[in-house]
Design a protein around this ligand. Structure first.
Ligand code: GDP
Ligand code: MG
Length: 214
């Protein structure tokens, strides 16, 4: 460790998906920078963080992508192949990203946004908030979207976040385990706040990806 000029053997793109406010951005902040914030701002557009680690003597750069709820996004085609994505926040469309500074022409289909996010992903974390039943019930839809867009060999992990709020639990561990088993997903309960299982969850998915790819 500590060598900033390491040669990178692999870059693994992993996407975070799930309803708003389940803790995707804080899981990423905890994993990549060991930070946590209680008044986390809603994610606008797509962000990614990287973290380099060593798996089986190989240097692996994890590139973890984070986004606001997909449902709030529209993709706009810009001149050439560049894209811009507008995120609707409180009814206002905010253009947050473009590969050129010339936009916007015409809205194109929702499906294209999603494809851009999933393109090249070798892992996905499906995150719900264990104190919000609805966020768990929506996992099936997120999984369907993922299966519709991602590579069929993508490694998927189901994450029940906010396990520090045990007294407010709305999703029994067994329900999640059963869903994970049925859908062939890894499963872990985490707390970004208390750091519980965050490192373990990322290491588990990255190690599995490595095992498949190497
Ligand atoms: P995102 O919309 O899925 O990216 O959710 P955020 O990461 O922005 O988190 C939404 C809210 O939940 C913020 O107030 C976070 O501080 C809080 N939060 C995130 N993770 C945890 C956790 O593990 N425990 C608790 N108690 N709160 C969390
Ligand atoms: Mg976020």
């Amino acid at each position: 460790g500590g060598d900033f000029n390491q040669k990178i053997d692999y870059v693994f793109k992993v996407v975070l998906i799930g309803d708003s406010a389940v803790g995707k951005s804080q899981l990423l902040a905890r994993f990549s920078r060991n930070q946590f914030s209680l008044d986390s701002k809603a994610t606008i557009g797509v962000e990614f963080q990287t973290k380099t680690l060593v798996i089986d003597n190989k240097t692996v750069k994890a590139q973890i992508w984070d986004t606001a709820g997909q449902e709030s996004k529209r993709l706009f085609r810009v001149e050439g192949n560049a894209i811009a994505i507008a995120v609707e926040l409180l009814g206002q469309a905010t253009v947050w990203y473009a590969e050129t500074d010339r936009f916007i022409c015409s809205p194109i289909r929702y499906r294209a946004v999603t494809s851009a996010y999933y393109r090249g992903a070798v892992g996905a974390m499906l995150v719900y908030d264990m104190t919000k039943r609805q966020s768990f019930d929506n996992m099936a839809r997120w999984l369907e979207e993922l299966r519709g867009h991602a590579d069929k060999n993508i490694v998927v992990m189901l994450i029940g976040n906010k396990c520090d709020l045990g007294s407010l639990r709305a999703v029994p561990t067994e329900d999640a385990q059963e869903f994970a088993q049925r859908e062939n997903l890894f499963f872990m309960e985490t707390s970004a706040l208390e750091s519980t299982n965050v490192e373990t969850a990322f290491l588990t998915i990255l190690t599995e990806i490595y095992r498949i790819i190497s």
